[in-house]
Design a binder for this molecule. Structure first.
Ligand code: GUN
Length: 293
């Protein structure tokens, strides 16, 4: 069997389309939803992400700002920027792009972001709300994964979901969402990671396998059950002298081999990636609605 390819671009487009009437309704009230991204240093991947976020806002008629700062920025200076964004009425949501330089204590930074404007859903208040099933601003990549499954009518009810990776951005929150009581949840969830014994056997139990471990082509076909749904969150740069840029992007899943075994699979690029941005825009509109009402 060759898997059906989950088209993240198509799903992201439908989500962005659904935001249009909400943005129009806000504009009727004189509110233009505004998103800011703080970029510290010159990490090339981060620059690409932040530019795509700004472009996506423009296309939907939303306001956006990118605040670029040198890699030498201090913790105190970053906190000041956050406080000014918390107070800025044009900005309804903002994020501080990861990774941050090592002098910055990232978890400490997150606490300064107003939970109402925390469109990443990383503030401990929003993490807690999500965990108890009351999240209003859900983390973008995990929520995007749920939306992909929903769009393709892939039930999670009673399924074995295995999440490989335990990051605060993806692994832990996607597991938390899938284990909730409710629609597009009710899964039996295992979190596996680099220290898991018998990782291969654990992965092989999965009806839904989510790879978020950050290692190129890590999930091989022999780790996947026949007919599993495979969601690849990885975005890894691997050297490729044959390409113009000298590298290409690959996921955490050995796509070519695994697609012969899975029932559904997300490609990289064009799978989960576009969903992260769509959900960020969606959270910004939600934040503007919440703040404006
Ligand atoms: N770096 C990689 N993914 C993300 C994300 O979702 N949010 C932020 N702020 N930084 C990231």
């Amino acid at each position: 069997m060759s898997a059906k390819i989950i088209d993240g671009k198509e799903v992201a487009k439908s989500i962005k389309l659904s935001l249009k009437p909400r943005i129009a309704a806000l504009k009727e009230k004189g509110i233009v939803p505004g998103l800011a991204a703080v970029l510290v240093g010159d990490n090339p991947a981060s620059q690409t992400y932040v530019n795509s976020k700004a472009k996506a806002c423009d296309r939907l008629g939303m306001y956006s700002e990118v605040i670029r700062q040198p890699a030498s920025l201090s913790q105190e200076e970053l906190v000041e920027i956050i406080e000014s964004l918390n107070a800025n009425p044009k900005i309804h949501g903002f994020l501080v792009q990861s990774p941050l330089p090592e002098q910055i204590d990232e978890p400490e930074i997150t606490v300064h972001i107003s939970p109402e404007k925390d469109v990443d859903g990383f503030h401990p208040f929003n993490v807690g709300q999500m965990l108890i099933g009351r999240g209003k601003l859900l983390p973008c990549t995990p929520h995007g994964i749920i939306k992909l499954l929903e769009y393709y009518d892939i039930s999670t009810e009673g399924k074995e979901a295995v999440v490989v990776g335990r990051s605060n951005i993806v692994g832990k929150p996607v597991a938390a969402l899938l284990m909730q009581k409710g629609k597009m949840a009710n899964a039996t969830v295992t979190i596996a990671h680099s220290r898991t014994s018998n990782l291969s056997e654990v992965c092989k139990r999965a009806d839904i396998l989510i790879a978020a471990i950050g290692r190129p082509n890590f999930i091989s076909a022999d780790m996947v059950k026949e007919g599993a749904v495979v969601i690849d969150v990885g975005i890894n740069r691997v050297d490729d002298p044959d390409t113009e840029k000298g590298y290409r992007l690959v996921g955490d899943v050995d796509f070519e081999a695994v697609k012969e075994k899975a029932s559904y699979i997300t490609p990289v690029p064009g799978g989960v990636g576009p969903m992260t941005i769509a959900m960020l825009l969606s959270n910004t509109v939600t934040a503007a609605e919440n703040i404006g009402s």
